[in-house]
Design a binder for this molecule. Structure first.
Ligand code: 4NP
Length: 167
């Protein structure tokens, strides 16, 4: 089982969007028995809440189920539990590195080796976009933009994971 955790700041806008979109893509690929999906936030302000209205409305418009997604804060245990931890922006990535305890993160320092998860920034998987960070719609209000970026990022992530799955 490959375990994937999407992480943003509040776990109510971007990472729950990614969780729902990726879950759908995984299901459409027939891989739900092989890929587990979750999301969390580096902050704790919205713990226990369902996704932001903007995320809920956008997902409903696209016919993607979000029910059952409840905000939680990322833990050190997540660093051991998940194989891929996917940050929505560079700030999330820095916070995750600090939580994982390898803030220096030189190549070969831990990332991707042994029990360490692969820490990835989502849009690094989408070289076609000039953006490095998924803009935070909590401030921009632009949930459509987030959906487009998340959809492309999740598709690239699924291709990456599929290439590594044993036959
Ligand atoms: P998210 O957006 O990280 O995409 O869930 C945010 C949600 C809440 C806050 C910031 C960003 N906040 O400051 O409460």
């Amino acid at each position: 089982m490959v375990k994937v955790l999407f992480v943003c700041l509040g776990n109510i806008c971007r990472s729950p969007m990614a969780e729902a979109v990726f879950r759908r893509q995984v299901r459409d690929a027939g891989l739900e028995a092989r890929i587990e999906v979750d999301s969390a936030g580096t902050g704790d302000w919205h713990v226990g809440q369902r996704p932001h209205e903007g995320t809920r409305k956008l997902l409903e418009k696209k016919g993607i189920d979000w029910k059952g997604i409840v905000a939680r804060q990322v833990t050190q245990g997540d660093m051991r539990r998940f194989d891929y931890i996917v940050a929505m922006d560079g700030s999330n990535l820095q916070n995750l590195r600090a939580i994982a305890g390898y803030a220096g993160s030189r190549p070969g320092d831990g990332e991707g080796s042994g029990a360490e998860p692969k820490l990835i920034r989502l849009l690094d998987l989408v070289p076609e976009t000039k953006l490095e960070d998924v803009p935070d719609p909590y401030y921009t209000g632009n949930f459509e933009e987030v959906y487009e970026l998340v959809e492309a990022g999740c598709a690239a992530l699924l291709r990456t994971i599929r290439a590594e799955l044993p036959a």
